[in-house]
Design a protein around this ligand. Structure first.
Ligand SMILES: NC(=O)c1ccc[n+]([C@@H]2O[C@H](COP(=O)([O-])OP(=O)(O)OC[C@H]3O[C@@H](n4cnc5c(N)ncnc54)[C@H](O)[C@@H]3O)[C@@H](O)[C@H]2O)c1
Length: 442
């Protein structure tokens, strides 16, 4: 039974700086979105922290406050934004270029605000993101120098903007696939590898390392390894900082983690699942490189295995043919189309099919996740929760978990975990959905 005392949570006073690594489609849609919402020009649709409620106590009590009124989250008016990007465009230019938000309705009216968000020079190395070039790059040659330069940026941003606290969210391009190896096992080995400019230390790891060293929580929105290895987990615990990732769970994978628990709940078999996407934004272009795609593919493929548990149900899920494709198709821009063909089978083995055609907008789905992650990671930090924040796996395709645990991918288990963690933090009873008390007379 979880302890029922209210956990000591430092108040959300002063400004919260949200540092985005990458100022592309997702980051600009997030920043411009928050500013439009603050000015009353739009609603925070898709954001659990802003629109969601949480049931407290018994169903008969009728207590369901808004999450943002229940938990002490930072107020949107207290957010300030910073970013790094190898492309020098300010947030206005980058948002216009990304083509997600309507220029006249959502960008021009806040043009001056967006133009003031200028990217700091990035730690960028093209060998980790092949399809990208940029001129706004830090000159430092050694990885140690670059990590120190990021730490300096963090401190200077905090002082310049008078921030009380900071959080960092990776909204940058997907790096090439890197398998965790000996340089990632221990903090000592990792630091030596940084000093030796080892190839297994990617730029994203330097951002995460700098954030943790500065006591700044770090959330990873892309599938890169970044902070998902023992050395970084150790550093997070040592420094008392919250970390988590990987890869925002938005379109097709969100649908997958809702449909597959349904098949398992009803003991329906799955013979094959073919997922394909067309996408025309810069993310699509980066993912067109096989090495970046491999990172994404690993993140997308994992979910079915964990949810369907073929080892427990070999007759139902032992022979699934699972394929994921992303094709770069410029005419669609950020408006992705994702098709799923699912071959299932039922009673006596009779086959059936389900087709999903999701015409989504990638950054419209991802932007509210960036907001929620920034606010919840800040809450976690103020509540003294350090290391991996598994309760936020709701937001990730490939959630980081403690060693020896398998990740929970089912969206509704993740949602229950998230809400129960909020109840736990605020000293309320977790909700088990047992409900027997409504039917017992004695
Ligand atoms: N939109 C979604 O639904 C979604 C879902 C899951 C994950 N993601 C991931 O989120 C990330 C951002 O997506 P996007 O559509 O905004 O892509 P984008 O290409 O529009 O923006 C990424 C930005 O990161 C910058 N960048 C690359 N390397 C960098 C570095 N080392 N330091 C700082 N900046 C760097 C690029 O110049 C670019 O401006 C991608 O990795 C994508 O795979 C997006």
């Amino acid at each position: 039974m979880a302890e029922q005392t209210v956990r000591r949570i430092a108040p959300a006073k002063g400004r919260l700086g949200v540092l985005c690594v990458g100022l592309g489609a997702v980051a600009t849609t997030f920043i411009a979105g928050v500013e439009n919402i603050r000015r009353g020009a739009a609603k925070p649709i898709g954001s659990l922290t802003q629109m969601g409620t949480i049931r407290l106590g018994k169903r008969t009590e009728g207590r369901a406050p808004l999450i943002r009124e229940f938990a002490p989250l930072a107020d949107l008016n207290d957010l300030v934004f910073g970013a790094w990007d190898p492309v020098p465009d300010d947030a206005y230019t980058a948002a216009v270029r990304a083509g997600v938000l309507d220029r006249h309705e959502h960008l021009e009216p806040i043009g001056e605000f967006l133009r003031n968000v200028k990217p700091m020079p990035a730690v960028f190395d093209q060998s980790y993101v092949k399809r990208l070039q940029g001129s706004n790059v830090k000159p430092g040659k050694s990885k140690r120098e670059l990590a120190e330069a990021l730490r300096k940026d963090i401190r200077e941003f905090k002082a310049k903007h008078g921030c009380d606290r900071l959080v960092m969210v990776w909204c940058a391009s997907t790096e090439i696939f890197i398998s965790p190896g000996p340089t990632h096992w221990t903090l000592d080995a990792f630091e030596k590898a940084v000093d030796a400019n080892d190839q297994t230390i990617a730029p994203s790891m330097l951002y995460a390392y700098a954030a943790l060293q500065e006591g700044v929580p770090f959330a990873n929105g892309a599938p890169n390894l970044t902070c998902d290895f023992p050395a970084m987990e150790q550093l997070a615990r040592d420094k008392g900082v919250a970390i988590g990732g990987k890869d925002f769970k938005t379109g097709q994978t969100m649908v997958k983690t809702v449909l597959s628990p349904m098949f398992k709940a009803r003991m329906l078999g799955v013979a094959g699942w073919y997922s394909t996407n067309i996408l025309g934004n810069r993310d699509g272009e980066v993912l067109d490189d096989p090495e970046s795609f491999k990172t994404k593919e690993e993140s997308k493929l994992g979910v079915l295995e964990y949810i369907l548990q073929p080892q427990l149900y070999p007759e139902l899920y032992g022979k699934i043919f699972h394929k994921v494709r992303i094709n770069y198709y410029p005419p669609r821009g950020d408006n992705k189309e994702g098709w799923d063909n699912i071959d299932i089978f039922g009673w006596l083995g009779y086959p059936m099919q389900i087709k999903v055609d999701f015409l989504c907008r990638d950054s419209i789905l991802a932007a509210p996740l960036v907001l929620d992650l920034a606010l919840f990671f800040d809450l976690a930090q103020r509540a003294g929760l350090s290391g991996i924040q598994e309760w936020l796996s709701f937001y990730f395709k490939s959630p980081q978990v403690a060693p020896g645990l398998y990740p929970e991918h089912d969206l509704f288990i993740q949602q229950t975990k998230l809400k129960n963690t909020l109840r736990y933090l605020m000293g309320e009873e977790p909700i088990t959905h047992l409900g027997i008390e409504y039917y017992q007379n004695d």
